[in-house]
Ligand binder design. Structure first.
Ligand SMILES: [Zn+2]
Ligand SMILES: [Zn+2]
Length: 402
C-alpha cells in the first residue's frame, strides 16, 4: 500500500504504543516461560500460554500446527506482502533458558499482536509462527517440510545475546551417531576370537583428529564416546560415538561429511568391525541474511536508541540454528539483542540468569518494537519489497536444507 512517510510513522507509533500497553503481559509471558523450561518438542506449557494469549487478543490460532504438537500458527490479513514473525520457546537440559528463547517468544508475541492491530491499515499480511525445538530438534525444518514457508515473503525473529548484533554468525551443522559392532570374547583367555569395537571407534576418532589439520579453519568437527564397552575383561562388542560436523555453508558441509565418514569407516575396517553411521535427519544450514531487510531492522533499532554495535560481521566459527534453513526458503534475518554483559556466553548458567533480568525485559519490548516497525516498512515500502526480493536471488534450495 502506498503510504507517505507521515502515515508510516503513525503506524509505527501505534504499534509501539500497543507493545507498551501490553508490556506487563509480555514480560510476564517471558518470565513464565523462563520458569517452566521445556525441551525439544515438549514445550506444552509455552505452547498453551502463547496460543491462549493470542486468542485472548481476539486472533484465530491453529494449535499443534503442521501436525507438530507444540507448533502453532496465526494468520492475519488477506492482501499484501506476507511477513512471518517466528517464536522459539524451547530450553536446554540442565541449564533451562540459557539460550533465552523465552525472550524470543515474548518479543515475537508483542510484535505479532501489535502488527495484527495495524495490518489492515498498512495493507499487509502477517504469519505468526510458533516454532518449537530449535535446540537440536529441527522444528523449523519439520515445519518447512510440511509447507509452512510456502507463501511467506519474508521471515524474522530476534535472539538474545551479550550485545546488539545485526546478525548471528551461524554455520551449518549435521550430527551423526556412529555405532561400531565387533565380537565379544574373553579379553585375557581368548582375545584372538574377539573383534574390538572400541578399537574401531578409537581408530576412527584418531583419523578424524588427523583430518582436522586439513579442513578449512572455519570448519569444526567434534565428537564424544557415548558407549565403549561393558567390562575390561570382555572384548567390547559395541561402541558408540556422537559427532557434530560443522562447515561454513550447507553446501560445503556435504563434502566434509564424506571425509569424516571415510575416517570413521576406516577405523572399522582396520579393526575388522562393522560400522553404522546415522546422520541426523535435520541438518542446520548457515544463515543467509537478507541485507536490505537487515538495513531496515538496523534503522529501526537505532530509532529506539539501540544502535547495532556490529553491523554485518563476517566472523568465523559460531553456533547453528534452524533459522538458517528458513533463510534459504524465504528472505530472513536473525538479529540479536543484548540482555547480558559482553562476554557472557549463550548456553551458560550465567546467561540463564540474565534472560529474566531487567535487560531481558527491555529486550522483549525493544525486540517487539523493532520487528513490528521493520514489518511495517516491509508492508508499506514498495522499493524495500523489491530490494528484499532481488537480494534473495532465484530461491534455489541447496541439498541438505530440507
Ligand atoms: Zn541455543
Ligand atoms: Zn537460541
Amino acid at each position: 500500500m502506498a503510504l507517505d512517510e507521515q502515515q508510516i510513522a503513525a503506524l509505527k507509533a501505534r504499534a509501539c504504543a500497543d507493545i507498551d500497553a501490553r508490556a506487563g503481559d509480555l514480560i510476564e509471558a517471558s518470565h513464565e516461560i523462563h520458569a517452566h523450561p521445556e525441551l525439544n518438542y515438549e514445550e506444552r506449557f509455552a505452547h498453551d500460554l502463547l496460543t491462549t494469549a493470542i486468542e485472548r487478543a481476539g486472533l484465530p490460532v491453529t494449535r499443534k500446527a503442521y501436525g507438530i504438537d507444540t507448533a502453532f500458527q496465526t494468520n492475519v490479513g488477506t492482501v499484501g506482502l506476507n511477513a512471518a514473525v517466528l517464536l522459539e520457546y524451547d530450553a536446554l537440559p540442565g541449564i533451562g533458558h540459557a539460550c533465552g528463547h523465552n525472550i524470543i517468544a515474548a518479543a515475537g508475541l508483542g510484535a505479532g499482536l501489535a502488527l495484527a492491530a495495524v495490518a489492515h491499515d498498512a495493507g499487509g499480511r502477517l504469519t505468526l509462527m510458533g516454532t518449537p525445538a530449535e535446540e537440536g530438534g529441527g522444528g523449523k525444518v519439520e515445519m518447512a517440510r510440511a509447507g509452512a514457508f510456502k507463501g511467506v515473503d519474508a521471515a524474522m525473529m530476534i535472539h538474545p545475546a551479550d550485545r546488539d548484533l545485526a546478525r548471528m554468525n551461524a554455520i551449518a551443522i549435521q550430527q551423526a551417531i556412529v555405532r561400531y559392532y565387533g565380537q565379544a570374547a574373553h579379553a585375557a583367555v581368548s582375545p584372538h576370537l574377539g573383534r574390538n569395537a572400541l578399537d574401531a571407534a578409537v581408530l576412527g576418532y584418531m583419523n578424524v583428529a588427523a583430518l582436522r589439520q586439513h579442513i578449512r579453519p572455519t570448519e569444526r568437527v567434534h565428537g564424544i564416546f557415548t558407549k565403549s564397552g561393558e567390562k575390561p575383561n570382555i572384548v567390547p562388542r559395541e561402541a558408540e560415538m556422537d559427532w557434530y560436523v560443522r562447515s561454513d555453508t550447507i553446501e560445503t558441509l556435504q563434502p566434509l561429511k564424506q571425509r569424516v565418514a571415510a575416517c570413521l569407516e576406516a577405523g572399522a575396517k582396520a579393526a575388522d568391525c562393522r560400522v553404522e553411521m546415522m546422520w541426523d535427519t535435520h541438518a542446520y544450514a548457515d544463515i543467509v541474511d537478507n541485507v536490505p531487510l537487515l538495513d531496515a531492522y538496523a534503522a529501526n533499532s537505532t530509532s529506539i536508541g539501540r544502535p547495532l554495535t556490529s553491523a554485518y560481521l563476517p566472523g568465523t566459527g559460531g553456533g547453528s540454528t534452524d533459522m538458517g534453513n528458513v533463510s534459504y526458503l524465504t528472505p530472513s534475518i536473525h538479529p540479536m539483542l543484548a540482555v547480558a554483559p559482553r562476554g557472557v556466553s549463550l548456553h551458560s548458567p550465567q546467561f540463564a540468569d540474565y534472560t529474566k533480568s531487567k535487560e531481558a525485559d527491555k529486550a522483549v519490548l525493544d525486540g517487539a518494537k523493532i520487528m513490528a516497525m521493520t514489518v511495517i516498512d516491509l508492508w508499506t515500502r514498495a522499493e524495500l519489497q523489491h530490494a528484499v526480493r532481488e537480494s534473495f536471488g532465484n530461491g534455489e534450495v541447496p541439498a541438505g536444507v530440507l
